[in-house]
Design a protein around this ligand. Structure first.
Ligand SMILES: NC(=O)c1ccc[n+]([C@@H]2O[C@H](COP(=O)([O-])OP(=O)(O)OC[C@H]3O[C@@H](n4cnc5c(N)ncnc54)[C@H](OP(=O)(O)O)[C@@H]3O)[C@@H](O)[C@H]2O)c1
Length: 315
């Protein structure tokens, strides 16, 4: 017997954005500890086009076909056996490990939270993989404190815009990098000093920061080592920094390692409360329909822009 069907984006092989195809697939069934969510909005994270291109195929090969995406906001449609944390009809947001670019997905209750009314589904879908990553990097890994100075690279991006506001909220002094067109935007998020990376090498104007948050990697990561004060810390979202270079500069350097479950319900609630109170704002770069997921990926692949790209799954 055929179960209920849904529309979802499927990837059947590594390749370009054209590999994202809208297909009719079986609707998943929630298992113990999980819920079925009718997805209203899904965040488009850079990780998703990298996975699709096969960047991680030797380390972490994909199992095809798969439904991309992890950041969701939607309505609980049904709950799995034994689930009491959520009920059908509740608006939730958070992370799924079972694909977000779909009309329905299942998610573990420990990586979901109730969506505040003040946030739209699209806004709530910017939190997982953006705000949650910024929080874990700054506060769990770098242990950023009030009064410290932090350099945030890529401050206009889906992670950086939250990192800039969280650091400012914590009472740290924020120095941020962004392109010319995003400089004023990043200043409006609370950055005290904005360095236009298209005109000024940041290492010429910044030194002795307590923390660097690297959201770019490569030579930006390497050049960042020299601006951290001795005993300071560099956290990269992209790669494992060289321990030899870190030792040479007398700093700690690490790749971001969140604590599990990630993001936890309590972390999602903390962030949602700050947003509902108006202390932290999100920004949506552009919204696409589910069937235009390939256009959303093509935009994400440019590596430039302001805020998070969203798939509005339920119009
Ligand atoms: N390891 C993890 O847990 C984890 C989690 C989340 C994200 N990530 C990774 O972290 C990176 C950032 O994620 P995201 O979601 O914030 O990406 P995003 O939304 O695409 O934003 C990237 C930002 O970087 C800026 N940028 C590009 N080149 C720059 C440079 N040379 N210097 C300073 N800023 C520059 C762009 O701004 P302009 O338009 O101003 O150039 C853009 O706003 C991605 O590579 C992603 O895969 C890792």
């Amino acid at each position: 017997m055929r179960g209920q069907m849904m529309q979802a984006i499927q990837v059947r092989q590594y390749g370009g954005p054209e590999q994202l195809r809208l297909e009719s697939v079986s609707r998943p069934v929630p298992q113990a500890g999980g819920v079925l969510v009718r997805v209203h909005a899904a965040g488009v994270l850079p990780m998703e086009w990298k996975l699709r291109q096969g960047f991680f195929k030797t380390m972490r090969p994909s199992v095809f076909p798969y439904i991309p995406g992890s950041a969701i906001a939607g309505i609980v449609e049904a709950v799995g056996p034994g689930v009491t944390a959520f009920q059908p009809g509740q608006a939730v947001f958070g992370r799924t490990n079972n694909g977000a670019y779909a009309e329905y997905t299942t998610a573990a209750v420990e990586t979901l939270a109730l969506k505040p009314e003040q946030l739209s589904f699209a806004e709530a879908a910017t939190i997982s993989g953006g705000a949650t990553t910024a929080w874990s990097a700054l506060f769990e890994n770098a242990e950023l404190q009030s009064g410290q100075r932090v350099l945030i690279h890529g401050a206009a991006g889906g992670v950086g815009l939250f990192a800039t506001q969280f650091a400012n909220w914590k009472g740290a002094q924020v120095i941020a990098t962004a392109s010319t067109s995003n400089s004023e935007f990043v200043r409006s998020l609370g950055a005290e000093q904005v360095i236009d990376y298209t005109t000024t090498p940041f290492e010429e104007v910044v030194r002795d920061v307590d923390v660097v948050l690297d959201t770019i990697g490569g030579e930006v990561l390497q050049r960042s080592m020299q601006v951290v004060k001795r005993g300071g810390i560099l956290v990269s979202l992209l790669e494992k920094p060289s321990p030899q270079a870190a030792e040479q500069y007398g700093i700690r350097a690490m790749s971001n390692a969140p604590t599990f479950p990630f993001p936890s319900t309590s972390l999602l609630q903390t962030i949602a409360r700050l947003m509902a109170d108006g202390q932290v704002k999100t920004t949506i770069m552009q919204t696409f329909s589910l069937q235009d997921a390939s256009l959303a990926h093509a935009l994400s692949e440019t590596g430039h822009g302001r805020g998070r790209i969203i798939l509005q799954v339920k119009p």
